[in-house]
Design a protein around this ligand. Sequence first.
Ligand code: WQD
Length: 351
Amino acid sequence: MGKILVTGGCGYIGSHTIVDLLENRYDVISIDDNSRSTSYLLDGIEKITGKKVKNYKVDLKDYNDTRAVFQENEDINGIIHFAAYKAVGESVEQPLMYYENNMFSLINLLKCVQEFEIPHFVFSSSCTVYGNPDSIPVTEESPIKKAESPYGATKQMGEEVVQNTVKVSSAKAILLRYFNPVGAHPSGHIGELPLGRPANLVPAITQTAIGKLPQMQVFGSDYDTRDGSNIRDYIHVSDIAHAHTLAIRYLEEGRNKTNCDIFNLGTGNGVTVLEAIKAFEEVSGQKLNYQVGPRRPGDVVAIYANNNLACTALGWEIKYDLKEMMRTAWAWELKVKEDEKIIKSQQFQLN
Ligand code: WQD
């Protein structure tokens, strides 16, 4: 099997994807500048797979340093590009940091795709490109709406940059639009390590349950949904990870319909915030300390995926249900508490 370059390999979805690639006999290297990650998850990958993955601590905004990795690895057969900033709220406060980081990194990588004639490129996109959809579930043909945040804008622009670049390259690309990745690898050796106060729902739930946060806020229960809280399509990170391996294989086998196919990665089930909290309470045996507060600006009322295309074309099968997502997320939170000193010392060097 070819060598796959995973950017952001020390991060949440990147580390889970590396595990899946290794388990499917790919050779993998990572580029991660560790600006928002540490080597902790690489150690977890080694515990799961027995393999040590080389990470190039390179800032993708530096073209020469990025290019040097390709000069040193002439056998790269595919790239999966995760490395990007992804905090919606932070992107509103610091738009230029988001445009610079997310776009310059992507452009430098694509320059290398062209120069070194890398055949396959998988881009980490997001359901955020659909904005507030007119009808749900959304398909890959659903209209792209004006981005609700600079983060979302970088995903929309990123898709366009990839699409237009592969039109004039020999490379073939795939855009994967994730819904809400949650949970952790069943081994408990890798998971999400949010820096600072978590913006996303599931880490906010588990950090409240373990006592890191005093109380959790439910951002609004007066929406036009079955229980008044927002609807999302939560999908286990290991299911997301496997879809990346299937996407690379789909390109390697030449099954792509266009030079830039698009797939929704969601379960196809809409779950409300209050239902997610209830599922957590059932699997953890913990009563969650939360209160309903005001709506969060920019929140989409309801969105979930039509995932038929990914299931049929990629042969993707969802393995984890909502309770398993919550069980693995909780097990990971307990593990992070055990390793708190190690993680803090590494993150200390980060900050
Ligand atoms: C989910 C729901 C909140 C926290 C964003 C990006 C998406 C992806 C995932 C990167 C919403 C509610 C949350 C809390 C709450 N980003 N919530 N209390 O906003 O759907 O998606 O993150 O990969 O691209 O758009 O995810 O987890 O922040 O929120 O009530 O403390 O949980 O209002 O309804 P979101 P989220």
